[in-house]
Ligand binder design. Sequence first.
Ligand code: ZN
Length: 98
Amino acid sequence: MTTNPHLLDPFACPSCGRALNAATNALPHEACPPRTGDFTVCLHCNTILAFMEGGAVRLLRPGEFETLHPVNQCTLLSVQLMIMTLPRSPISFHDQKG
Ligand SMILES: [Zn+2]
């Protein structure tokens, strides 16, 4: 993952409705902003989205994920896993067994 997100015009996730305004290249050798047909993952709900003309995004069509190259499937799943491990709130807890 790179640490330089591309700032985008704000758009709403079609799955959760929350605002998104940036995208980060998943592959370190890529440094361009998202283009039509590129995929992204919502940072809020972890839904895979596809960029459309004009910077809007859409949900994947049924079965579309399965048509992607296996490397791209793995990349998207890795991004989803990374998002799932991000700290979401300052709330923490200790295992009660310890
Ligand atoms: Zn979302």
